[in-house]
Design a binder for this molecule. Structure first.
Ligand code: APR
Length: 311
């Protein structure tokens, strides 16, 4: 049986990490796509990973291209094309630049990989995934945004460090838009079933929630560019669930059609990811405060989507 073909649109920091993860996990063959000015850079990354694959004992095919014809037949496209944040910038500041890039990418995918499932990572995430869906006209269930897995991983990491327990036992759920309005759902935060609010004070938990909200910005401030290891691994969890039909329940930006009282909008919710993309959106019980926070977050995302439409 032929390997699945995976197209990485954007050969930057996240694209490179994704490439390594896909090859190392034997998820498929990869086309690393970037603009012509970055083609040699992408070729270099492809070669570096191919040589790493010799050390991992993996034999995936890796090809770099700046011609969309190369992505033909891709089962999955992962979009990281765009500009990352610089210190002091919010994700929303990227909107005007990245929306044009996303339209370009959407046209390429629509023309050359019209049956692919698409995962978007470019920021501002909820507006970019929404724009890519609109511009391709693809069914919403096969266009998905990566944010909730990353936000939940950040929340889990901070909780494990504070409690000095294994992060393997920490479960968290962060919903809503990928930005200041994200909604960490405390009722679903446990250490192997033990609710986190029983294990730490309200003050400590609130401080962790705040740090999670600005978790991306903290790293931009330190590195001068945005995080790329955890974002790539978060997308990889989604990719694996889809390609291997694992049907994991993962928080991701999915298109809502009335679920959670939200109509016609991409926003972070728990979804079952399988071979068709979003198999189903899971509606969990939320506290009154969490419901209100999710609706507020939806309002902020809607404003961004409208701003994107005007560009
Ligand atoms: N088509 C394809 N690729 C493009 C295009 C385009 N029209 N425009 C830019 N790119 C490429 C750039 O050439 C670059 O190689 O996208 C890549 C982005 O890589 P980085 O600058 O290293 O950014 P990265 O850290 O990977 O983040 C990418 O994901 O999380 C978000 O905020 C982040 O929006 C940013 C995106």
């Amino acid at each position: 049986m032929a390997n699945d073909k995976i197209a990485l649109i954007g050969a930057g920091n996240i694209g490179g990490e994704l490439l390594n993860g896909i090859v190392r996990e034997s998820l498929g063959d990869v086309v690393l796509f970037d603009i012509p000015a970055k083609l040699d850079f992408a070729r270099g990354k492809a070669l570096d990973t191919q040589q790493a694959a010799a050390l991992w004992g993996k034999s995936a095919r890796v090809e770099a291209s700046s011609d969309y014809a190369a992505i033909a037949g891709a089962r999955l496209c992962i979009v990281t094309a765009g500009v990352p944040r610089k210190p002091g910038m919010s994700r929303d500041d990227l909107l005007a630049i990245n929306v044009k890039i996303i339209r370009d990418v959407a046209a390429g995918i629509k023309a050359h990989a019209p049956d692919a499932i698409v995962i978007v990572l470019s920021n501002p995430l909820d507006a970019m995934v929404s724009e890519l869906r609109r511009a391709t006209g693809f069914e919403p269930q096969r266009v998905i945004g990566m944010a909730g897995v990353l936000d939940s991983a950040r929340f889990s990491a901070f909780i494990a460090a504070e409690l000095n327990v294994s992060v393997a036992d920490v479960r968290t759920l962060v919903l809503g838009g990928h930005g200041d309005t994200m909604v960490p759902c405390l009722s679903y935060c446990t250490v192997n079933g033990v609710p986190v609010p029983q294990l730490m004070s309200q003050e400590k938990l609130s401080a962790i929630v705040d740090r999670t909200r600005s978790g991306g910005g903290e790293i931009v401030g330190l590195m001068g560019t945005s995080a790329y290891v955890a974002p790539a691994l978060s997308a990889l969890a989604m990719v694996t669930s889809i390609l291997r039909n694992e049907r994991r329940l993962l928080p991701c930006a999915a298109y809502l059609n009335g679920e959670y009282g939200i109509e016609g909008l991409y926003i972070g919710v728990p979804a079952i990811l399988g071979s068709v993309g979003v198999e189903r959106i899971v509606e969990v019980n939320l506290s009154e405060g969490e419901k209100q926070a999710l609706l507020r977050s939806a309002g902020a995302v809607r404003e961004l989507v409208e701003a994107a439409a005007k560009v």
